[in-house]
Write a protein that binds this ligand. Structure first.
Ligand code: FES
Length: 157
């Protein structure tokens, strides 16, 4: 359930913490395992992470269900994490999210019929100076406008 490649990546995170505190790597471990399992976590994959880190399954599940970084149902190839917190909201994120939903023909939380894109509303991503903004993968897109969104989304494959 956890590939050797993922185990090596997790081990690198575990090595950053004092011996016996391997569970401190749980957030990154969940992220790594999610990435290699269609970008989502199941109770089995969460338990596999817990077992690998020698921690209680419930503790890993608490982390996996608390943070917005983790998906628990099928998502598209690209997840657009659109911030709708205060700075982004004051700079038009609600209208832009509606624009994006209309462009894609899906509501927030749904996946486009081709399985390519889903949109998720998230809280502040720490890029308020560039509000309104969203994140796709590790990339931040800031100072968004409807035209910029169209250009970005049209470039997703
Ligand atoms: S409020 Fe959107 S990045 Fe902070």
């Amino acid at each position: 359930m956890i590939s050797n490649k993922a185990k090596k990546q997790i081990d690198a995170w575990v090595a950053k913490y004092p011996e016996g505190h391997q569970s401190s790597a749980v957030m990154e471990a969940l992220k790594i395992v999610q990435a290699e399992n269609d970008n989502r976590l199941t109770s089995d994959t969460i338990q596999a992470v817990a077992d690998y880190l020698a921690m209680p399954g419930i503790a890993a599940a608490e982390v996996a269900t608390f943070y917005e970084n983790y998906n628990h149902k099928p998502v598209g190839k690209h997840t657009i994490r659109f911030c709708h917190n205060i700075s982004c909201m004051l700079n038009g994120s609600d209208e832009l999210i509606t624009h994006l939903e209309n462009k894609l023909g899906v509501k927030t939380g749904e996946v486009t019929p081709d399985g390519l894109i889903n949109v998720k509303k998230v809280e502040c991503l720490g890029a308020c100076v560039g509000a309104p903004m969203f994140q796709i993968g590790d990339q931040y897109y800031e100072n968004l406008t409807a035209d910029k969104i169209d250009e970005i989304v049209d470039g997703l494959k």
